[in-house]
Design a protein around this ligand. Structure first.
Ligand SMILES: Nc1ncnc2c1ncn2[C@@H]1O[C@H](COP(=O)(O)OP(=O)(O)OP(=O)(O)O)[C@@H](O)[C@H]1O
Ligand SMILES: [Mg+2]
Length: 585
């Protein structure tokens, strides 16, 4: 993945996937560029009749014709520029949108390990900064290659038309500029890569700080935080500066070469005019063409730099697009049909599990059987691996060894849709989106009608607090649901589960304690939710373990004991200790 991809490979891919399909627009745009280039060259060429026929020969016919021609050319050039710019911008923006769509498609398929390892700020910066840089690059490179080089070639044509000797001198000077400029490009690619990394770090730091503003304030850490962010700002500043410096190295060189060319032309051409070998009009037309050629040549000189900057971005974008998830859907389109009479038995078989980024096994040889309609409680000290175990069932992560069977079928053989439709998950920390209450709840069932949402809320004990909100169901909950209390958020999560109404429930009871009134409400709605369902609950409440058909005690990643509350209390020291610490009221 990290092997440096060559510029050619990146360009090939960019061209075949993102650019080629716009060939009609690009073709029309190229025709417009040809017109613009031709118009520029014609303007330079017109200097000759202007000078020779109007100023020197004082020919009255030309005094009308030439201005009219100049006006026509101006109009043509303007119109062509307009269409070229519109068409190329369309192509550029379309490339941005396509890349963003492709990145999104991959990212939504990536598993949680990827998101655990990759910072969301970095991802956002790739979506915005890298894609922007790449599209600007593609846009500029096409314009550079077509418009600027054509303009240059046409102007060179005017020069050769007028004076072979002078044109040859000019042509000999230009290539001197090429070598140093190509070297600059390589350095720029590296700097640009660092700049985008810096941009990602800054985005990351900023998002983190704004999201964690409460923590920052409570620890009086504003200064510390500010200095960390300032370091990133400073880093980005010096990288941008460096890139500008490298980019500008070509300037003095280009200016000197330009000056040299003009000086030589004035000297040689002037001598020819004085000797009567050529007309002043021809000479000035030549000089105009030369001066006009400077601008396109300068942008051609920076072509490589532009290209290298976009290559750095393209590399990072394709890295995302090519990301392969490790949790793979083997049979995405096969809707598995449950055949057996006990459809929702769940069997966890000799399961071993470790996180990708850590060396140690978090779960070792886990065996658990849950029969349809049972309520099974999972208990254990903090860090025992309870949440990790729960996460394996909907395949947020995959087992290292062993398997998990739903109705005797390995869950890896089920489609994600089938599998995840069968589980309602209420997790330890509820995540709400900054949308309305209604939208947040309807994550439980897309296209649910309002009545269904309302019924779910009634069952989840949400109605009274929703009715107190100024906009009721249309109230926005704020980022991550900041405008709701902890207990309210949990009840919203329960309402979602009611709406989803799947046969199997995975519950990770919140560890943060709520006041007893709120606790009671949640308890009531949870027991309503669990009715007639099979459930696996990570228990933090006494009532849950007392109710359970069976309790599984997890200790340091292993199943330590299984049984009912009284049995475990008598037979397991660890359970007794846990009970006294966590559950005893
Ligand atoms: N995404 C992760 N990457 C690496 N290690 C992790 C990750 N999540 C959890 N762990 C580690 O796995 C172990 C088990 O964590 P887990 O969240 O399953 O504990 P838990 O039993 O749910 O604890 P609690 O009761 O506090 O919620 C811990 O040692 C933790 O450090
Ligand atoms: Mg947990």
């Amino acid at each position: 993945m990290n092997a440096q991809i060559t510029t050619k490979e990146i360009l090939n891919r960019l061209f075949s996937v993102y650019v080629k399909k716009h060939y009609i627009k690009i073709f029309v745009s190229i025709i417009c560029m040809v017109l613009v280039a031709a118009a520029t060259a014609t303007n330079a060429w017109l200097m000759q009749p202007v000078l020779d026929d109007i100023f020197i020969n004082k020919n009255r016919d030309f005094i009308i014709v030439i201005p009219v021609v100049i006006l026509l050319i101006a109009f043509l050039k303007g119109a062509a520029s307009y269409f070229q710019s519109i068409l190329m911008s369309f192509v550029g923006y379309k490339i941005v949108a396509d890349l963003q769509r492709h990145m999104l498609a991959t990212l939504l398929k990536c598993d949680l390990s990827y998101f655990n390892a990759t910072n969301s700020g970095t991802l956002v910066s790739r979506f915005l900064a890298d894609v922007g840089a790449l599209s600007r690059g593609v846009h500029n490179v096409i314009i550079n290659i077509v418009k600027d080089s054509l303009t240059f070639i046409f102007l060179l044509g005017v020069m050769f038309h007028h004076d072979l000797k002078l044109a040859t001198i000019t042509l000999l000077i230009f290539p001197l500029a090429i070598y140093p400029i190509s070297r600059i490009g390589k350095r720029l690619r590296k700097i640009s890569k660092n700049t985008q990394v810096g941009f990602g770090l800054l985005t990351k730091k900023l998002t983190e700080s704004f999201q964690g503003i409460k923590t920052i304030k409570s620890f009086n850490a504003e200064k510390v935080e500010a200095s960390k962010i300032e370091k990133e700002i400073e880093n980005l500043f010096s990288l941008t500066l460096k890139s500008t410096k490298v980019n500008s190295i070509s300037r003095p060189l280009m200016e000197t070469l330009g000056g040299l060319a003009v000086a030589l032309i004035v000297f040689v051409g002037g001598t020819q005019v004085i000797n009567g070998e050529t007309t002043p009009g021809t000479f000035f037309s030549f000089l105009t063409a030369l001066l006009m050629a400077y601008q396109p040549l300068k942008s051609l000189a920076t072509l490589n730099a532009t290209l290298q900057i976009s290559m750095a971005s393209a590399e990072r974008i394709f890295e995302i697009i090519d990301q392969k998830p490790s949790v793979i859907e083997r049979n995405p389109n096969k809707d598995y049909i449950l055949k057996v009479s006990n459809p929702y038995d769940l069997k966890i078989n000799n399961v071993h599990f470790k996180y990708e980024n850590s060396p140690n096994l978090i779960l070792k040889n886990i065996n658990i059987e849950i029969v349809k309609g049972q309520k099974v409680a999972l208990v254990g000290h903090s860090g025992a691996g309870k949440t990790s175990l729960l996460n394996l069932i909907p395949r947020f992560f995959d087992v290292e060894k062993g398997n998990i069977l739903l109705d005797k079928v390995d869950i890896r053989d089920l489609s994600f849709k089938f599998l995840r439709d069968h589980f309602s998950i209420v997790s330890q920390d509820v995540i709400l989106f900054d949308e309305t209450i209604k939208t947040n709840i309807s994550y439980g069932k897309q296209n649910a009608n309002f009545q269904e949402i309302k019924t779910a809320c009634e069952k989840a004990n949400c109605i009274e607090f929703i009715d107190d909100l100024p906009n009721k169901f249309n109230e926005y909950v704020g980022e991550k649901g900041v405008r709701l209390s902890g207990g309210q958020k949990q009840r919203i999560a329960i309402a979602r589960a009611f709406l989803k109404n799947s046969p199997f429930l995975l519950l990770d009871e919140a560890t943060s304690s709520l006041d007893s009134k709120s606790e009671k409400k949640i308890q009531i709605s949870l027991s309503k939710l669990m009715k007639n369902k099979t459930s696996l609950v990570i228990a933090h409440r006494l009532s849950t373990i007392l109710d359970a058909d069976k309790i599984i005690l997890l200790h340091r990643g292993k199943v330590e004991a299984v049984g009912k509350h009284n049995f475990l209390l008598k037979n397991s020291k660890i359970y007794k200790n846990l009970y006294e610490l966590q559950f005893k009221e």
